[in-house]
Design a protein around this ligand. Structure first.
Ligand code: PLP
Length: 406
């Protein structure tokens, strides 16, 4: 109530109605964001924020990018939705673009990261069916979404609590541990499913030798490699896809988040031969790849290309990591800075990441605490070195002015 009483009546009303009518699945931050432009968003009290989270890697183009807004408005005025029982020109256009960028063969469209992973899980099982292969190995610390299949794939017991029994046929191994993975493979393994950089558990990149070993293992044993690029995909890491840092290629890849620039759309891509395991009737989505979602995604990819955002993520991300390391040297509060491009995690030497993020929010910087000692940054792909300087200045002041008291 203390927080509420400092807010205007309109803001208080939104917060109260949210408590009264919306299922309590999130502990929300005490702000009501109402509009944005580029790297900035504003709340219902008129306060301005520098956005270094981008809706958790969604608003890749920043907020209200004119080309994305125009593409959505134009398509909305023509045709928003049509059933997948009919041809939708945006789907092959978008699929062709994603196929050219990734080197994979075909795409299936859905509405979210979890749904993209559901499609990947089902496709891998269908592919492995004749050989009696159905088991999927995933990594501890992974995050693949909240539907039953995706949450079962998620190797974090806290997300399984309360929902057992989980989907059968999944096993879990420590990330970056080659011998544990080798030992987990059986004749029934149809897929190994991983994020190239684990995001939700604190920005942990795969070691290069780990992914190259997995690619070889999959080829030798007739196992599919599924890469969940929902967070790492589409320029985030300074390449179009995270796997391109490792010189390997997956058999199946999932995308969502940045794909629609803020409009919901997910995709599951696969090689031609793996994709052919799906035949009509095997998998579907009412809204998946509808004309509006495809228009948003095509515009998003065009802007990423036209504005060189892959290159910008690499360049600005390197500058960001360098600035954070310098901040660590000054403050002594930073144990590790890791990530690729504009997917950056900072491990603190202190255990008050949520309090630091809350204080940054008060001072106009949006960042994301993970657990007690990690801060994750996923700014829009349009971030400049000036934006980085502004963010690091706020974080620096917060670290220096707030001493952690145990
Ligand atoms: N996979 C990864 C790697 C993610 O980071 C997320 C979401 O954070 C998901 C899947 C789930 O995506 P969604 O929330 O769109 O279902």
């Amino acid at each position: 109530m203390a927080v509420l009483s400092q807010k205007s009546m309109d803001t208080q009303k939104v917060m109260q109605m949210d408590a009264d009518y919306v299922m309590h699945t999130f502990n929300r931050q005490p702000v009501v964001l109402t509009h944005g432009k580029g790297m900035r968003v504003w709340d219902s009290e008129g306060r301005e924020y520098l956005d270094f989270l981008a809706g958790i890697a969604v608003n890749g183009l920043g907020h209200a990018h004119p080309k994305l807004v125009a593409a959505i408005s134009e398509q909305a005025s023509k045709l928003m939705h049509v059933s997948n029982l009919y041809y939708i020109p945006g789907q092959p256009a978008l699929a062709k673009k994603l196929v050219e960028l990734s080197g994979l063969g075909k795409a299936f469209f859905c509405n979210s990261g979890a749904e993209a992973n559901e499609a990947a899980i089902k496709l891998a099982r269908k592919w492995g069916k004749e050989a009696g292969k159905f088991e999927i190995i995933t990594a501890l610390g992974s995050f693949h979404g909240r539907t039953m299949g995706a949450v079962t794939a998620t190797g974090q017991p806290k997300y399984h609590d309360g929902f057992k029994p989980m989907v059968p046929g999944f096993s879990y191994v420590p990330y970056n541990d080659i011998s544990a993975l080798d030992a987990a493979v059986t004749d029934a393994t149809c897929a190994i499913m991983l994020e190239p950089i684990q995001g939700e558990s604190g920005v942990h990149p795969a070691q290069p030798e780990y992914l190259s070993h997995i690619r070889k293992l999959c080829d030798e044993r007739g196992i599919l490699l599924i890469l969940d690029e929902v967070q790492t995909g589409l320029a985030r890491t300074g390449k179009w896809f995270g796997f391109q840092h490792y010189g390997i290629k997956p058999d199946i890849m999932t995308l969502a988040k940045t794909l629609g620039g803020g409009f919901p759309i997910g995709a599951c891509l696969a090689t031609d031969s793996v994709a052919s395991a799906f035949v009509p009737g095997n998998h579907a989505s009412t809204f998946g790849g509808n004309p509006l979602a495809c228009a948003a995604a095509i515009a998003t990819l065009e802007v990423i290309e036209d504005e060189d955002l892959v290159e910008n993520a690499a360049k600005t991300g390197a500058y960001f990591q360098k600035s954070l390391r310098a901040l660590g040297d000054r403050s002594g509060d930073i144990a590790d800075v890791r990530g690729f491009g504009l997917m950056v995690g900072v491990e603190l030497t202190r255990n008050d990441a949520p309090a630091i993020a809350a204080e940054c929010l008060k001072r106009g910087l949006i960042i994301n605490p993970i657990g007690q000692n990690i801060i994750r940054f996923l700014p829009p792909l349009i971030a400049t070195e000036t934006d980085v300087d502004n963010a690091v200045r706020i974080l620096s002041a917060v670290l220096l002015e707030t001493a952690y008291i145990e």
